[in-house]
Structure formats: structure tokens, C-alpha cells
Design a protein around this ligand. Structure first.
Ligand code: BES
Ligand code: MN
Ligand code: ZN
Length: 508
């Protein structure tokens, strides 16, 4: 599937399907108006005869509209002006891609004239279009014997006004990079636990480094982690036959010596709960417990594709959480890499155990910021449902940067407090900290646990338990969240670097 920005008068553009829009009460948007004029009132007649009125969700696929070059016209309704929020725009695109999929059309031209979304932001609208069309055409068939039919839609054109072309082309490049990152996160996320093991994650990272010169990967095995004293991480993999891995992906796009921004992903390739075994129902979904790791992989890929002028390190803490004769038991106490001791009261609170050592490890990069991404707590689903990523941080401006990035990228987060009062819930009689804090405020106490290991730098924690995958029906599968939020966060950082350099060049 390839994307292209084009310009010209719609009636003369060649495509198998031209998508144009009308607003509520039959008001044609500019491109639709141009088609109507070229076709001698063909569209107006349809409105007058009541075949379409412009309600949100309406569609009419028209063949051989006279007076124009396109083979088909897909006329879509946008509804009332207040129905132009992100969620309406998303639904509109879903409706269009569903029609395109059914029809087997090979090329399409979008001429929505900026009418379909509320903001006057060509870059954002165009990028969203690219990301969402790509996402809608994602199909998983890696582990099916019968492969999915190849996608017939090959060529997607987006018509913009002359003066918007440059912005549009930037949006297209970023959009394709982010879409590829989302695709990777979904693909890796969807793989079953018997294929997607910690070693497999390491191999995926290495494959990424083969593809992009800007990426360098190194992997620590259990022996190397033991030498570093990463006993909390190692405690999680002890019941499993699969060796744990610490995967480090370095992207150097910024100045030499400029300190990196770090992303740390939870990579539990299957979470049985360990000796604190989870109930059986729906346990298959715990193959998705590496979606934080998958979002790091996807974001690093997009970053390399966008070639942003910053330094970023992606780290994946990978282990399989199984019960076994060697498994960690409730009450076991380990000494973490930081030197703090942890009483593992519940082996199902394993994400924080692999993350705490990874968070200590990344201190060596003297990072400008550290963001960890984890399917950490079921409690986050209770707090925020399946809409928002939970955002907790020891630094207000970092939290704001992530929240704003999520808002812009239509991949939203929402803040939760990290007050010291919550820390007491982690008190232990036998170690420095317990790994659980009771039923109340489960997402916050999990983040409190992590905060004990992140005092040296600016840090934020993203709990993606509610957003990383869909559980039901045909939609069941990884979503690729929060790759768009993270990519936007990095785009914003890169933009800031460019502004600073510009100011510097001008002696300010
Ligand atoms: N991976 C789970 C969290 C999870 C559960 C995410 C369900 C999405 C859906 C995590 O390792 C876990 O088991 N957390 C426990 C923590 C508890 C033992 C303090 C939880 O949320 O129940
Ligand atoms: Mn668990
Ligand atoms: Zn888990």
C-alpha cells in the first residue's frame, strides 16, 4: 500500500474511486461541489431525491458519474458541525475502509477538503488519515495455514490544496512511519507465547538493527544480568524454561554526547501469575503482557524511519512468568540491582520486578528522561477503562509532554497521582519494600514501587493494561497503543532540538 499527496481539479483526476463528502442537510464540500458541477447536478439530484442527506455514517458508492475522470465516486456524510471530533473522523475512515475492502478497489483518492475533522490542521488530518487507513487494513495471518487474501487497495492518494502540499507530504512520511511502528507492535503483540519468547523479542530487535543503520542492539543474558545483580528481574523468569533477556536498542540521531531519552518496555511474554497463579478464564490474553515491549520495538522502528535528530535508547525487560519447581514463591526476598530488598508477596505482581532492575540499569545512560511502558495492572482497566493510558510521573513537565502528545496523536493518556501518602502501602516487615500494596489504588501503588528506582532522573510510567489489546470477537488482538503517543512525544522533542539549534545559530 502506498500513499501520495496530489493536487489538481478533482473532476480531471484519475482514480478507481474518488471519495468526496457532504455535510448535514445536503451541503456539498468543495470537491463534491466541483464533481456536482462537472456532472451537471448529478449529486444534487441524489440529495433532492432523498438518496443521501449528509448524516454522519451515510455512504453512497456511485458508478460512472458523468463528466469526470474517476471510475467511481464514494459520497460520504459528515453530519452536523459538532460531529467532527476525532472519534467521528475515526468512524468515518472506518466506514470508508470497510467499503473499500468489500469492493476490491485498487486505487482511491481522498478529497475531503479538511471538512471531515474539526481542527484546521492539515498535517494532523493527513497523518491521521494515513495511520488509520493503514490500521484498518492490518490483517494477522502469521500463524494461520491459510494466508489472508492480499490487499487489493494499492494506491492511496490524498488531494490537498497547493499551499498545503509541503505540510501534507511531511504528514504522509511521519504517518507511514508511525503506521509501520503500530503494525509491528500489533504483529509482535499478537504472536502466541510459544513463539514470542524473550529470546524471540531479542531476535526481533536484532532484525530491526539489521534493517536500520542508525540502530544498534545488545542483549544481556541471565548470566550477565546476575553479575549486575538484577535479581528482581531474574526472580520472575526462574519458574520458566525460557531464559530472560535484557534487550537494549540504541538510536543515535542527535549530537554525539547528547544524553538520550530512554523508553523501557515490560516484556512478559506470558504471565501465568507464577505460583500466585491466575484463574484460568481468559488467561490466553496474558500473551499480550509484552505489549509494552512491542510498543518500544514499534516506536524505535518509526523513530529510525523518521530519522529524528535525537538520541533514544529503547530497553526491553523480557521474561516468562511461570510456576515451576524453581519458581519464586510468595514471601521470597530478593536484592534488586539498586541494593534495595523486595519481599515478593505476590508473584503475579511481576511486571514491576522486571521493570525495577531495568530502570536501575538505564541510569548508566544519564538519561534526559525515562518513560516505561507496561501492561502493569488490572486496576488501571477499572480506573480508566479501555480509553486512556494511565500516566504517572515524578516530573510535571514530562507528564504534560506525554499527555499532550497523546492528545495530538489521538492516543490519549490520563494522569493519576503519585503522592507520598500512597508509598506506605508498600511497607514490609521483612524487606525494604513489598511488591504489592493491597487492593486500593493498585495502579498508583505499582507506580509507587517503580518510583523507588527512578529517583535519579525524570521519569514517567505509562500503564497500558486497558488499551494495549482488544479482548472480544473479530477485534480481539493487539492495538499498537501507545506507539502513536510515544512517536508524537519524540517528534515534539526533536522539534524542540531544532528550535534550540536555530536559536543558537542566530546567536540568541
Ligand atoms: N499483567 C498483569 C496486569 C494485567 C491484568 C493487565 C489483566 C491486563 C489485564 C500484571 O502482571 C498483574 O498480574 N498485576 C496484578 C497485580 C496485583 C497482583 C497486585 C493485577 O493487576 O491483578
Ligand atoms: Mn502478573
Ligand atoms: Zn503481568
Amino acid at each position: 500500500m502506498d500513499f501520495e499527496i496530489i493536487n489538481g481539479s478533482v473532476e480531471t483526476l484519475e482514480t478507481e474511486c474518488l471519495v468526496v463528502a457532504l455535510e448535514a442537510e445536503g451541503k456539498l464540500c468543495p470537491s463534491a461541489q466541483a464533481i456536482d458541477t462537472a456532472a451537471n447536478g448529478y449529486l444534487s439530484d441524489l440529495i433532492n431525491s432523498g438518496d443521501i442527506s449528509g448524516k454522519a455514517g451515510e455512504q453512497l458508492l456511485l458508478f460512472k458519474v458523468p463528466g469526470i475522470k474517476a471510475n467511481r465516486v464514494l459520497l460520504v456524510g459528515l453530519g452536523k458541525p459538532e460531529e467532527r471530533k476525532d472519534r467521528h473522523y475515526r468512524k468515518l475512515i472506518k466506514g470508508i475502509t470497510a467499503t473499500l475492502k468489500k469492493s476490491g478497489i485498487g486505487s482511491v483518492l481522498f478529497a475531503l477538503d479538511g471538512c471531515a475533522s474539526e481542527q484546521d490542521d492539515v498535517y494532523r488530518e493527513t497523518r491521521q488519515l494515513v495511520e488509520w487507513i493503514s490500521a484498518d487494513f492490518y490483517q494477522y495471518d502469521e500463524t494461520k495455514s491459510k494466508k489472508a487474501d492480499p490487499i487489493k487497495l494499492e494506491h492511496i492518494m490524498i488531494k490537498l490544496d497547493e499551499e498545503d502540499i509541503e505540510l501534507g507530504e511531511g504528514a504522509l512520511l511521519d504517518g507511514v512511519a508511525i503506521a509501520n511502528g503500530v503494525d509491528t507492535a500489533r504483529e509482535v503483540g499478537n504472536l502466541p507465547g510459544n513463539i514470542c519468547t524473550p529470546v524471540y523479542l531479542a531476535e526481533r530487535a536484532q532484525a530491526l538493527a539489521e534493517e536500520f543503520d542508525e540502530l544498534k542492539v545488545s542483549v544481556l543474558d541471565e548470566e550477565q544480568m546476575a553479575e549486575l545483580g538484577m535479581n528482581a528481574l531474574l526472580a520472575v523468569g526462574k519458574g520458566s524454561a525460557q531464559p530472560s533477556q535484557l534487550i537494549v536498542i540504541e538510536y543515535r540521531g542527535g549530537e554525539d554526547g547528547e544524553k538520550p531519552h530512554v523508553l523501557v518496555g515490560k516484556g512478559i511474554t506470558f504471565d501465568t501469575g507464577g505460583i500466585s497463579l491466575k484463574p484460568g478464564a481468559g488467561m490466553d490474553e496474558m500473551k499480550f503482557d509484552m505489549c509494552g515491549a512491542a510498543s518500544v520495538l514499534g516506536t524505535m522502528e518509526a523513530l529510525a524511519e523518521m530519522q529524528l535528530p535525537i538520541n533514544v535508547v529503547g530497553v526491553i525487560a523480557a521474561a516468562e512468568n511461570m510456576p515451576g519447581s524453581q519458581a519464586t514463591k510468595p514471601g521470597d526476598i530478593v536484592t534488586t540491582m539498586s541494593g534495595q530488598t523486595v519481599e515478593i508477596l505476590n508473584t503475579d505482581a511481576e511486571g514491576r520486578l522486571v521493570l525495577c532492575d531495568a530502570l536501575t540499569y538505564v541510569g548508566r545512560f544519564e538519561p534526559q528522561s525515562v518513560v516505561d511502558i507496561a501492561t502493569l495492572t488490572g486496576a488501571c482497566i477499572i480506573a480508566l477503562g479501555h480509553q486512556a493510558t494511565g500516566v504517572l510521573s515524578n516530573n510535571e513537565s514530562l507528564a504534560t509532554a506525554l499527555l499532550e502528545a497523546g492528545e495530538y496523536a489521538a492516543d490519549r493518556g490520563w494522569p493519576l497521582p503519585l503522592w507520598d501518602e500512597f508509598q506506605e502501602q508498600l511497607d514490609s516487615n521483612f524487606a525494604d519494600i513489598a511488591n504489592i500494596g493491597g487492593r486500593a489504588a493498585g495502579t498508583i501503588t505499582a507506580a509507587c514501587f517503580l518510583s523507588r528506582f527512578t529517583k535519579e532522573y525524570n521519569w514517567a510510567h505509562l500503564d497500558i493494561a486497558g488499551v494495549a489489546w482488544n479482548s472480544h470477537g473479530k477485534e480481539k488482538g493487539a492495538t499498537g497503543r501507545c506507539v502513536p503517543m510515544l512517536c508524537q512525544y519524540l517528534l515534539d522533542l526533536a522539534e524542540q532540538v531544532e528550535i534550540d539549534e536555530h536559536d543558537h545559530d542566530h546567536g540568541e
